[in-house]
Write a protein that binds this ligand. Structure first.
Ligand SMILES: CC(C)(COP(=O)(O)OP(=O)(O)OC[C@H]1O[C@@H](n2cnc3c(N)ncnc32)[C@H](O)[C@@H]1OP(=O)(O)O)[C@@H](O)C(=O)NCCC(=O)NCCS
Length: 164
């Protein structure tokens, strides 16, 4: 049984475990670091859990994606996607695509949103292929945007424009 939904806030420990696994195993895929997120409080994890769409396989948490809407006056037509991750044992089975489609569907229901933006390390080939097949295009490349273990990484900026 596959479910895509918001995880109940009281399952925040599972959300924390999956997120820390993501940051440990794929450090170059995310702007956040394990050191920063290991320090977050229970209240902060509960808040995050409420905002993350997850994929469940027979009740087990296997993937996650988060989207947010800008609340600033001049950018409230923009939505952002981040924190996209599927555990290695569950990749290549469509969980990622289902999560991304669900996020885009929810975003599309907010009629003020005109574009969706995200950043991706050019080395995350699976993620980039998936974003492109969902209608995202590369609009720019930020040079030396992240420094991880002494190595610099660029970040692609990708956008999808919604028809309104
Ligand atoms: C990106 C990620 C979430 C995709 O999850 P997934 O469940 O494996 O994705 P799916 O099984 O739904 O695959 C969907 C599409 O992704 C692409 N894809 C998946 N694995 C791929 C691979 N190894 N190489 C190239 N493309 C791949 C394909 O376009 C695939 O479509 P297809 O099945 O029609 O060929 C997962 O690979 C992941 O967690 N990667 C590490 C973290 C990361 O890069 N996050 C994104 C940060 S921007």
């Amino acid at each position: 049984l596959i479910e895509i939904k918001f995880l109940p806030e009281d399952r925040w420990k599972e959300a924390r475990e999956l997120r820390l696994e993501a940051l440990k195993t794929e450090p170059s895929a995310f702007g956040s670091s394990v050191e920063e997120e290991e320090r977050l409080t229970e209240a902060e994890w509960r808040e995050r859990t409420k905002n993350a769409l997850v994929a469940l396989s027979d009740g087990r948490l296997v993937g996650t994606i988060t989207y947010i809407f800008s609340h600033r006056v001049k950018t409230k037509h923009v939505a952002y996607i981040y924190g996209f991750y599927v555990g290695p044992d569950y990749r290549g089975q469509g969980f990622g695509r289902k999560l991304l489609e669900a996020a885009l569907k929810n975003i599309g229901e907010n009629k003020s949103i005109v574009k969706v933006q995200l950043q991706a390390n050019p080395k995350q080939e699976a993620a980039i292929a998936l974003y492109k097949s969902a209608g995202f295009q590369v609009v720019g490349e930020l040079k030396k945007e992240m420094k991880i273990g002494g190595e610099y990484h660029n970040e692609l900026v990708m956008e999808k424009y919604l028809e309104r």
